[in-house]
Design a protein around this ligand. Structure first.
Ligand code: GLU
Length: 509
């Protein structure tokens, strides 16, 4: 039997979830689904200084909004837990010590002042920020430079220390990446990263390797920004004797802003588009960042547009549901070059999804938008009909306020300026006659409404074409909306006649 596919998304709960992060989740998720595997959410919270209250819940909420539900996570459980690294703290030390024993890591007792001094001493024009590594380690206070006795003494006296990996001086190592092929690294460029911190917590580098191993992760897809850490991880897999279990790596292409630089909050502010999946509020920093959800994107569209930012299906098809994506997704079609984010295209996806989804599916979302703007809907069936009529005219969810609101509330602002220039006594007469007929009519179906309208126009001798805009303005308030007789039909006889009367009195006042 072949090995079960297990992938993971391993965010650090330090803030909002960037769209690149959601795309990482998505590719992991799609790969797992395609191969009947498991998608694991692991919270990498070992850096307590960067911990942000509420960030983990926010990540879970984003995943659930997108429909990317983990099979295993701190809240969904699973047999490889705990899924929060801070709760696994005790597991990591033995591996760090095993590495020391094997000679691949060492204890380092340097104080912050000594580290600073090293930076000053080794600073050159070519190397303005020297690191702790093969060039400097033998000048520092660590178990490579101190005698065994001294090391034992320091450890027993509980002098604060860290454990660092001992990176080989100059060695070519090759990482096979499923997207990029073989990537070469020279370890001369890599510093002796801390593996275990003075507070006993592992760093990301140690924890990510230990947990990918213990959680039997088979494929690790993450952002390109982690590629430079990959040699450290590869060496750890090797030194811990687990290389044959190492996951298949894939470093996903960066998402770029309109100027070609890595997409960041700065772009969002500059160009006025969201960067995060959902609204994010950092109480401590007093920061607020808008989300795609709140801007009015549907999760279906958000997922769809992210899927195609870095992957192509090899066909002309652009609209994919999550299920279709899971069926078509193929790592070999993920490109290595950065993918440019285009907000206009993002809106196009949303528009396409609005066209595609049913009024029934959109009902809860539209109700929220209307309610938030004071439009009360008591008749869900009516709203479903309205949504189906107007959704093609909407791009983002808030557009429903303009496009659907007037079906439920009498417009307060009526654009009479659009009809005033061509308004005359004949038209006045027509609408007064129309009111009389509509007041008396027994039936209020679209055909009757239209037939009476046309008959009166012909009796009075006005082209119906000249009357459509005035009627629309009267019923809608502005120059938009679907067929005007459909609108009259849906809002009902009383509301139709009320709106005509209201506008007539505005025009005649
Ligand atoms: N904790 C890392 C992050 O915050 C995960 C990187 C990885 O997937 O290895 O993105």
């Amino acid at each position: 039997m072949s090995k079960e596919i297990r992938v993971r998304f391993a965010p650090s709960p330090t803030g909002g979830l960037h769209l690149g992060g959601v795309r990482t989740v998505l590719y992991n998720y799609l790969f797992a689904k395609k191969h009947n595997g498991k998608f694991v959410l692991r919270i990498e919270d070992t850096d307590q200084t960067r911990f942000v209250e509420g960030a983990e819940q926010y990540i879970l909420d984003c995943l659930s909004w997108c429909g990317l539900i983990p099979d295993e996570s701190p809240v969904h459980g699973g047999e490889f837990g705990p899924y929060r690294q801070s709760e696994r703290k005790e597991m990591y030390r033995e591996y760090a010590e095993l590495l020391v024993e094997k000679g691949h890591a060492y204890y380092a007792f340097d104080t912050p002042e000594e580290l600073e001094e090293m930076r000053q001493v080794f600073k050159t024009n070519e190397n303005p920020s020297p690191t702790y590594g093969h060039a400097t380690r033998m000048r520092m206070k660590n178990s490579l430079t101190l005698g065994e006795e001294e090391v034992r003494r320091l450890l027993s006296e509980e002098v604060p220390y860290v454990i660092r990996i001992r990176i080989p001086e100059s060695k070519q190592i090759t990482l096979h990446d499923a997207i990029r092929g073989d990537v070469q690294f020279d370890t001369a460029q890599v510093d002796d990263k801390v593996l275990l911190k003075a507070d006993g917590m592992p760093t990301y580098h140690l924890a990510v390797v230990v947990d990918d191993y213990l959680m039997k992760i088979t494929h690790a897809f993450r952002g390109e920004e982690w590629l430079s850490s990959a040699p450290v991880h590869l060496l750890l897999w090797r030194y811990l004797g687990w290389e044959e279990h190492m996951p298949v790596w894939a470093h996903l292409p960066l998402i770029l802003g309109p100027d070609g630089a890595k997409l960041s909050k700065r772009h969002g502010n500059k160009y006025g588009f969201p960067i995060f999946a959902m609204n994010w509020k950092d109480e401590a920093k007093g920061e607020f960042t808008e989300g795609f959800r709140e801007r009015g994107f549907l999760p279906e569209a958000f997922i769809n547009l992210l899927a195609l930012m870095g992957w192509n299906p090899g066909t002309e098809q652009e609209i994919f549901s999550l299920e279709e994506l899971a069926g078509s997704f193929d790592l070999s079609r993920v490109h290595s070059a950065g993918a440019q984010f285009d907000f206009e295209k993002a809106k196009w996806y949303n528009h396409e999804w609005l066209k595609k989804l049913s009024g029934m599916r959109l009902l809860p979302d539209v109700k929220i938008i209307l309610a938030a703007n004071g439009v009360q809907v008591d008749d869900d069936q009516k709203l479903i009909t309205v949504i189906d009529m107007v959704k093609d005219r909407c791009t983002l969810m808030p557009d429903f306020l303009q496009q659907a609101g007037y079906f439920f509330t009498t417009p307060t602002a009526v654009d009479t300026d659009s009809i005033k220039p061509k308004w005359d006594e004949k038209k006045n007469l027509f609408f007064n006659e129309l009111l009389k007929n509509y007041d008396l009519t027994q039936f209020w179906d679209k055909e009757t409404i239209e037939k009476e309208f046309k008959e009166i126009a012909s009796v009075i001798g006005i082209k119906t074409g000249d009357l459509m805009l005035p009627l629309r303005i009267m019923l809608v308030g502005g120059k938009y909306g679907p067929g005007v007789f459909d609108i009259a039909h849906i809002i009902g006889k009383e509301e139709t006649t009320l709106r005509i009367r209201n506008t007539l009195s505005l025009l005649n006042s």
